[in-house]
Write a protein that binds this ligand. Sequence first.
Ligand code: SF4
Length: 488
Amino acid sequence: MKKSVAICYPPLDTKKGIPLLGQNRQFQWANDPWYAYPVVPAYGATMLHKAGFSVSWLDGIAKEQTYSTWLAELIKIKPDIIIIETKTPVIKYHWKMIEKIKSKLPQSNVVLMGDHVTALPEESFKKCPVDFVITGGDFDFLMLSIANHLAKKTKLCAGIYYRQGKKILNTGKFKLNNNLDKLPFIDRDLTRWKLYAYKNSNYIKTPGTYTMFGRDCWWGKCTFCSWTTLFPGKNFRVMSVKRALDEIGHILDNYPVVEIMDDSGTFPVGEWLRDFCKGIIKRGYHKKIQIDCNMRFNTGLTQEDYHLMRKAGFRFLLYGLESANQETLNRLNKNLKVAQITQYAKIAKQAGLWPHATAMVGYPWETKEQAQNTINLAKDLFKKGYIDTLQATVVIPYPGTPLFKQCQKNNWLKTTDWNQYDMRMPIMKTTMSDNQINALVRDIYNSIWTPQFVLRKLKEGLTDWNKFKYYVRLALKFFSKKLDFAGF
Ligand code: SF4
């Protein structure tokens, strides 16, 4: 009989909000949730299905189920293998959940994957009856390896932890050497793509979907970035331009998608990007879709490159601004000069792109005055019209990151209660109180309200219905974000 596998995002019964977990580099509980398509698990589901396994996609969070409804569905399916993606702020919830699942489904093998268990793989074996832990970010190839091992007794790939009696064994350090051109096109029906096609503030038009042509970021060295635990930059891989274009073609042929968010940590640049843009234009895809992606300010891209991107249908570019203080950028290993933030945002905007910036506060070394510099820069960028949107967060040192190690070395951690690592309160000791940091996050959001910016957006919204709807959605999101940081 076919072995069955369930890929799971269990809902959590808590008053904190909705956990934004899958595909998210920074975890947050949200009052007004949005759903990112978990691309790597979706490749995994497709590979398992193609290999003859029966696959259930049980994202109870995106389905907006209660925990009990989700659990009842899981128990009814009785999967042989239950795979759960986890992150630091929810790991303790998942440990309890795994105990419950194993008591109801003792024959099922439970697998955990994610950045937290990559950093601390053995911890979860001590805290709960989990059977396997996947380390590294190639969840897709490794979940297939575990399923094949259980079904056909094949050898496990490197990067997997498992139990043998009372011992916890592993297959060695994970290797990120799988060829991305060998991936199948994602089966988006199997992985319930519509759950993620509408409630996502990155899209101006819907339905939208996600791709991930690179794993994950060609820089991959920022000290706070949780996904460098899964994908250290030295292992950066990208699929061939042809393979990437073919996947877009496959999406357009099979789904009514009008916008694509490529969620590679940083989109590939240089020759790859230019060939990709020319290919999109040659195949005529730019007439059917818009593309959004993550980008860095300091890429060497020229005004001409940005124009080419715009011509190829790129729209929304997400940049990590992080801080307007050079000392902070250096300490974070951003490889970025403060002046380059304005320089690159300006040429992206001049090409007609929509730059979005993310900023953070709560660095142990930053004073209130220095944090104010970040607010001032955000305000200036909005005023000049160089960025359209902005997201502000409190920096969290996730286990596995160089920042977490620095915290341990310098005694900066306030707690190692993982439940607290959810961006609701600063985890690192700073020169400011929690309430002051909270107020700074709100000040960054408030920086949007320059009269020039509001007037410009009102004008744009009145001439374009899609933009009008988008700005209404953003305004709601803006107030919801302020609520998220209303008080620690
Ligand atoms: S540039 Fe972005 S994705 Fe890349 S390492 Fe830095 S924070 Fe992470």
